[in-house]
Design a protein around this ligand. Structure first.
Ligand SMILES: [Zn+2]
Length: 134
């Protein structure tokens, strides 16, 4: 039975890699208009398959919550600041760039993707605080 398990996991992984957009883009369903961030096998609203899913730029988001991880592994910065941000209904959690220290209500944009740890790590999005008018 373990053979069946590993095969289905590999199929799911391949689908995820193929479907991953750049970090600053959301998936959008061409059937119903629903938007979301993390790779899904089907639209959460209308169940359409990935052939009906495009992507669009997320632009500017609003911080909903923040947290700081003070005790981190040796190869991860401390404190490690994370933000839960909302991009017009699309929510995601990401590391905050540099020394930015956002609070709820601040506006953020993508600062690119970074690997948190060694070469084997998947690139992850990072957010930066933007001032009004920037
Ligand atoms: Zn849909």
């Amino acid at each position: 039975m373990s053979g069946d398990d590993s095969r289905s996991e590999a199929e799911a992984d391949d689908r995820g890699r193929d479907g991953d957009p750049p970090a600053d883009r959301a998936f959008v369903c061409r059937e119903c208009g629903r938007r979301w961030y993390y790779t899904k096998p089907q639209c959460p609203d209308c169940d359409s398959d990935p052939s009906a899913h495009g992507t669009e730029e997320l632009g500017e988001g609003t911080v909903r919550a923040v947290t700081r991880v003070e005790v981190t592994p040796a190869d991860v910065r401390s404190p490690n600041r994370l933000a839960l941000a909302d991009f017009d209904g699309v929510g995601l959690i990401a590391q905050v760039a540099g020394d930015d220290d956002p609070t709820a209500g601040d506006h953020v944009a993508f600062a690119g993707s970074f690997t948190l740890r060694g070469d084997g790590d998947r690139p992850q999005p990072r957010l930066r605080v933007i001032e009004d008018g920037e």
